[in-house]
Design a binder for this molecule. Structure first.
Ligand code: GLN
Length: 380
C-alpha cells in the first residue's frame, strides 16, 4: 500500500450502513435524503439520454448548467461570477474538494479544520499527504473565537475549511464569524475552502451566508456547492466549485485529469432544476424543519439530548449520561436495541469530545422517521 493510505480506514458512515443493512434497521446514519428528486430534474436527464447527450462534456461542465449556476450564485449567494471562467462542474462536492486540495496544496502543508468536522474532509486531507490541524469549537453553540483561530495557525498552515451549514452539527457561521475568518485569512494569507452542500436546508428563517460574499474573502475562497442534498440526488455525484478565474482554471485542470468531466446527461437535469420554480427551495426548508422537530422531540423523550441544528439534516445527540464506554459502542448498542442506526460522534471529532455524541440523519420520509422515533423510546 502507498504511504498515503497509512491510517486510513473505511468511514464509520460506511461501517454503520453495513451493520444497519445486516440487522435490517432504519438507517439514520448515512446522510442521504429519501425525498423524491424533483420530476423536472429526473425527466430532463432522461430526455438528455434519449437526445444522445451521452458523451464527454467540456471538463468545466455544459454551458447551460454553468449559466444557471452563475444566476443562482448571484441570487442566492451574493456572488458575481463569470460562467465562462469561474465555475467548474465536478463529480460531487467530494470531487470539487479533492480537485481543490490537489490544485493548491503541497504534501506537508497544514490545513485547518474546525471540529466537529465532516470525516471526508479529514480523510481527503490525509490522502493528499497534507497535515490536518484542528480547532475545536465548543458545544453547544460551536462559536468561533478570533483568538483561538489565530492560535491554531502554524508556520505551515496554508488553508482553512469552512463547512456551513455544518455536517454534523448544523451550525451556520454568522457574518461576524466569517469576518473573523476574513481577518485571519488575510493576515496569514490562507486559502479558504468552503463546503456549502446544505445551503438550502436552513431553519427558523435563518439565511445561509456564503463566506466568499463577506469582506475580502472572495479572492482567496473556493466556494464548493452541490446538488445532492438539494435535489435528493446523492447518487448522481454532481457538484461545483466557484472561484476567481485563475483558481478555477487550476481546479478545472485537476478535474479534467481526475474525471474528464461530470456525468453529461445529469448535468442537463440539474440545470433544469436550478432554473425551475423557486418555490421548491422554500418548501424544502419547511419540510426539513418539520422532520428536525420530529427527531429532536423524539430524541429528547428517549433521554438523548439533541443539540438543535440551525441547518443541514443531521442532529448531534448527547449520550454522555447513558453510560456507554464509547460512541462506537453506543451506536452499535442503540442499533441492536432499537434497530435505528446512527453514526458515532467520534467520526467527526479529533478530540475525545466526540465520544459524547451520536449523529442522526433525519432526511427520511415522515412515516419512517416516526417509526424510528418510536423505536428509540426503547432506550428509556
Ligand atoms: N455526506 C453524507 C454523510 O455525512 C454521506 C457521505 C457518505 O456516504 N460518504 O453522511
Amino acid at each position: 500500500l502507498a504511504n498515503r493510505l497509512a491510517g486510513l480506514q473505511p468511514s464509520d458512515i460506511r461501517h454503520m450502513t453495513r451493520e444497519c443493512e445486516r440487522l435490517g434497521g432504519i438507517n439514520l446514519g448515512q446522510g442521504l435524503g429519501d425525498l423524491a428528486a424533483p420530476a423536472l430534474v429526473r425527466e430532463t436527464a432522461i430526455q438528455a439520454i434519449q437526445n444522445g447527450d451521452n458523451t464527454y462534456t467540456q471538463s468545466e461542465g455544459i454551458v447551460p448548467l454553468r449559466k444557471a449556476i452563475a444566476d443562482k450564485v448571484r441570487q442566492d449567494n451574493n456572488l458575481e461570477v463569470d460562467f465562462a471562467t469561474e465555475i467548474v462542474v465536478t463529480n460531487g462536492t467530494t470531487g470539487a474538494f479533492a480537485a481543490t486540495l490537489a490544485a493548491f496544496l503541497n504534501p506537508g502543508d497544514g490545513i485547518l479544520i474546525l471540529e466537529p468536522y465532516y470525516g471526508y474532509h479529514l480523510n481527503t486531507i490525509l490522502l493528499n499527504s497534507l497535515e490536518p490541524q484542528f480547532l475545536t469549537l465548543a458545544a453547544p453553540e460551536f462559536n468561533l473565537v478570533e483568538a483561538d483561530l489565530r492560535n491554531a495557525i502554524r508556520a505551515n498552515t496554508k488553508a482553512i475549511i469552512v463547512c456551513t451549514p455544518s455536517n454534523p452539527s448544523g451550525k451556520m457561521f454568522s457574518v461576524e464569524e466569517l469576518l473573523i475568518i476574513d481577518r485571519i485569512a488575510e493576515e496569514f494569507d490562507l486559502l479558504v475552502i468552503t463546503d456549502e452542500i446544505y445551503e438550502h436546508i436552513t431553519y427558523d428563517d435563518r439565511r445561509h451566508v456564503s463566506p466568499a460574499s463577506i469582506g475580502n474573502l472572495k479572492k482567496r475562497t473556493v466556494s464548493i456547492m452541490g446538488f445532492s442534498k438539494t435535489f435528493s440526488i446523492t447518487g448522481w455525484r454532481l457538484g461545483y466549485a466557484v472561484a476567481d478565474a485563475p483558481l478555477a482554471k487550476a481546479i478545472n485542470l485537476v478535474n479534467d485529469l481526475l474525471y474528464v468531466c461530470a456525468p453529461a446527461p445529469l448535468q442537463f437535469g440539474t440545470a433544469a432544476g436550478l432554473t425551475g420554480d423557486r418555490e421548491f427551495f422554500h418548501s424544502l426548508k419547511h419540510e426539513y424543519q418539520r422532520k428536525r422537530d420530529i427527531i429532536c422531540e423524539g430524541l429528547e423523550r428517549a433521554g438523548l439530548q439533541p443539540l438543535l441544528p440551525q441547518g443541514a439534516y443531521y442532529v448531534l445527540a448527547d449520550i454522555s449520561n447513558l453510560g456507554y464506554t464509547s460512541a462506537k459502542a453506543a451506536a452499535l448498542a442503540v442499533l441492536e436495541k432499537t434497530g435505528v442506526a446512527s453514526i458515532p460522534g467520534s467520526a467527526f471529532f479529533h478530540s475525545a469530545a466526540g465520544e459524547n455524541y451520536l449523529r442522526f440523519c433525519f432526511a427520511k420520509d415522515d412515516a419512517t422517521l416516526k417509526t424510528a422515533v418510536d423505536r428509540l423510546q426503547l432506550l428509556r
